[in-house]
Ligand binder design. Sequence first.
Ligand code: NAP
Ligand code: G4F
Length: 344
Amino acid sequence: MQRRALVTGVTGQDGSYLAELLLSKGYEVHGLRRRSSTFGTQRIEHLIFGEKPQLHLHYGDLSDGNGLVRLIREIRPQEVYNLAAQSHVRVSFDQPAYTADVTAVGTLRLLEAIRDVQDDTGEQIRFYQASSSEMYGKVVETPQKETTPFYPRSPYGVAKLYGHWITVNYRESYGLHASCGILFNHESPRRGETFVTRKITRAATRIKLGLQEKLYLGNLDAQRDWGFAGDYVEGMWRMLQQDKPDDYVIATNELYSVREFCEKTFSRLDLDYQDFVEVDPRYYRPAEVDLLLGDSTKARKRLGWKPQTSFDQLVDMMVESDLELASQEKALANRDTARVRRAA
Ligand code: NAP
Ligand code: G4F
């Protein structure tokens, strides 16, 4: 029988890779998208506009509990992946209540919807919660693993902690097959342009082609454990294939600073980052997370999961893709200039 999955946050970076993975495994895949004044489906266009549209999209929002119940009742998925969130740490300081409503209480709404429908139909719905290494915040041990105490440092981290514990609570209280993936930072050419890695690869490639002069960043000394998003969605899927639900750290176990990411990216383009990168305190956070380094031994042993992409390969992949984007931008700019010259 064909399995059915519902993915919230399907228009985001991870949602797009997860939808591809589930489709490749023969799932019927449904995605929750929120209404916006533009399409907002760039990352999944190849899955919805092909000759044979594969991905089923539904309007919905984590702030609308009744809508979630209706949708789950209609789709009757066997697996639900909750990837939707206000996911930007810096933005969560500007929009703390909104972040709490969507990222924290939104998870509760989804769990309640699953519990309702599961009780009515008697059919098990397995649940994946996108927990985050941001929950470790001001870390109390390094590397961080499943048993490391949490100390969140942002409204986002606090909201994710609520989502994490309410998922554990519903597992323990109601026997839900609910698992949390505590994922460390993961990036890709589809990463949002305001997260630091993509901001760097986008700017460096534009600088290389003469489209931009400087790159302004915040804390260059922050250190992160950066992996490839395409590898990490495999870990999510594996968690829901286990007989017993549990929580797992997914990470590469390697540490680099923002400065090192800059060095690597610019040198890949034969440039010296020090000539172009400037620090702008506007990008500092009221409270910073200095270092996140994961220990994913449990996932490696129990799920047989391990990262397939090295740090260098990740940087190369992002630089190549953004170089292509910058070339297209330059070609368009040249065409417009030629048109203006002809018209003058
Ligand atoms: P992302 O690219 O920012 O995607 C977030 C998704 O959530 C988008 O599809 C967004 O829709 C959707 N969304 C936002 N608010 C919503 C709402 N009120 N109702 C329904 N959908 C809403 O994030 P990502 O990098 O793919 O991350 C996926 C999940 O993993 C997030 O929960 C994130 O917090 C968590 N996480 C990410 C990382 C990482 O390093 N990437 C690490 C740990 C945990 P729009 O497209 O309309 O904005
Ligand atoms: O790329 P970032 O914005 O990612 P951050 O804050 O680590 O959060 C990401 O990873 C979490 C997992 O740990 C996810 F849960 C979360 O959803 C998100 O995907 O910033 C990384 C580091 C920070 O220390 C930040 O202060 O880079 C530093 N940084 C320095 N300059 C900057 C900048 N970050 C951004 N976004 N922009 C800058 O100009």
